[in-house]
Design a binder for this molecule. Structure first.
Ligand SMILES: Cc1cc2nc3c(=O)[nH]c(=O)nc-3n(C[C@H](O)[C@H](O)[C@H](O)COP(=O)(O)OP(=O)(O)OC[C@H]3O[C@@H](n4cnc5c(N)ncnc54)[C@H](O)[C@@H]3O)c2cc1C
Length: 412
């Protein structure tokens, strides 16, 4: 078998949707050597929608594809490398995180996961036979024109189902909508609901769910079951569009990160996951509002944080835990007088050791991320480490005799 090649980057972004591309723009613009990996289509899920009316800056609205093309153009401007391939697995155990594709292992200081979600399916009998090009679609933009003059079904009543269903009436003769709720009740916003109810091309099948999909090589009937009467209704259709929510694309993580019950990635507001240097953005995160605008905000934050993380790492390795002298780190707080007043004393101690000891001072609040790396959350604190960079003691005892005595034992 051919040996895998290994490539190193500062930042690897997995996923080329709105979130991933924005993270790429920020990381690339910060002059970080950045790679973005996309497995199918640059632009992600936003390219599925014909009309985006709520992304700021486009008062007349825009198409999902058009908007994503602009993102892509901007990404290329900042020298972000793009590879069209599928990420199979990851390994976040080392300092250099590994991202595995079929031919290459990418090693990176920072990984930003932006793999979004995929449409949920009904799991009704017969469905797998007709997925994508055989009569079941998840993308009105992609398949509307092919259904000109035809009869289509839409499954679902959320924003995507009703808005895309309304768009489909521009092409299809009839759009039959299967809704699980009672007459008139939908999960979408009120404006979309009103417009749909008044659209003469839309017909609603209330209190129904899909029982099965039937056809011969291509979808011919969607059999609906009425949840109130128990009756079955085989509805002849040319295409069935399913809009019943999404599932996160997190399988490739294979236990490398803890996931929520629903399979999403939990982050804090800085997009940090529980593993330092691993961030998650966009629809793959556990969050309330999954939209282009929120994916963009997440991506901007993660791109910025990637730069901060790398700068901190370099400072930590080269300065804070330098390997030329015995180290003393003094953690204090600029707003706490007693700990601040010990600063000259620490300086005095460093001088007394005549070049054999290196002192670094950290403000617990301004240097919080560096203190976190030392697992230090109280001040004042003295931290002692060897020439090999190994922390041997952390102590809240900061009096001169104790500090001097500890340093003497390390220098000896
Ligand atoms: C029909 C529809 C209508 C919508 N309408 C609107 C709207 O009007 N306004 C709005 O703001 N939002 C809308 N949205 C939501 C919006 O599209 C998403 O919130 C947004 O696309 C999320 O971006 P993302 O970058 O997080 O993920 P995605 O866009 O899902 O991108 C993730 C990318 O990661 C790639 N990927 C996944 N796994 C891997 C892997 N293992 N290796 C490599 N690449 C991988 C995928 O191929 C994909 O390109 C709509 C969505 C749909 C489906």
């Amino acid at each position: 078998m051919r040996e895998k090649t290994v490539e190193r980057y500062d930042v690897v972004v997995i996923g080329g949707g709105a979130g991933g591309m924005t993270a790429g723009v920020y990381a690339g613009r910060a002059r970080l050597n950045t790679l973005l990996i996309e497995k199918s289509l640059m632009g992600g899920l936003a390219t599925y929608t014909n009309e985006i009316e709520n992304f700021p800056g486009f008062p007349e609205g825009t198409t999902g594809l058009g908007l994503m093309e602009l993102f892509h153009k901007q990404l290329k401007k900042f020298d972000v490398k793009i590879k069209m391939t599928d990420v199979k697995s990851v390994d976040f155990s080392g300092e250099w995180k590994k991202v595995e594709t079929f031919r290459t292992t990418y090693e990176s200081r920072v990984v930003i996961i932006a793999t979004g979600g995929r449409p949920r399916i009904t799991k009704a009998p017969g469905e797998k036979e007709f997925l994508f090009d055989k009569g079941i679609s998840f993308c009105a933009t992609c398949d509307a024109a092919a259904n000109t003059g035809k009869t289509v079904m839409v499954i679902g009543s959320g924003d995507a189902a009703i808005e895309e269903g309304t768009f489909l009436t521009k092409f299809a003769t009839k759009v039959i909508v299967s809704v699980i709720h009672d007459t008139g009740k939908m999960d979408c916003n009120e404006i979309a609901r009103e417009a749909a109810l008044q659209n003469p091309k839309m017909e609603f099948k209330w209190n129904t769910m899909v029982d099965s999909f039937k056809g011969n090589g291509r979808l011919e009937h969607v059999v609906l079951k009425n949840l109130k009467t128990g009756e079955f209704d085989p509805v002849p259709v040319d295409t069935c569009f399913e809009f019943i929510g999404y599932e996160p694309n997190t399988e490739f993580l294979n236990g490398s990160l803890p996931l929520t019950k629903r399979g999403y990635i939990e982050t804090n507001e800085m997009m940090e996951t529980s593993i330092p240097g691993v961030f998650a953005v966009g629809d793959v995160r556990e969050k309330e509002l999954k939209q282009v605008a929120t994916a963009v905000g997440d991506g901007a934050t993660a791109g910025y944080m990637a730069e901060r993380y790398i700068a901190d790492s370099e400072m930590f390795e080269k300065q804070i835990l330098q390997k030329e002298r015995i180290g003393l780190i003094y953690v204090y707080s600029a707003i706490d007088a007693p700990s601040r007043e010990l600063l000259p004393l620490m300086q005095e101690i460093e001088n007394e050791f005549d070049g054999k000891v290196k002192l670094n001072v950290l403000d617990l609040y301004k240097g919080k991320r560096l203190c976190d790396r030392l697992s230090c959350d109280v001040e004042p604190m003295t931290i002692f480490y060897t020439k090999e960079g190994e922390v041997v003691e952390m102590s809240t005892e900061c009096a001169k005799p104790q500090v001097v005595s500890r340093l003497k034992s390390l220098v000896a």
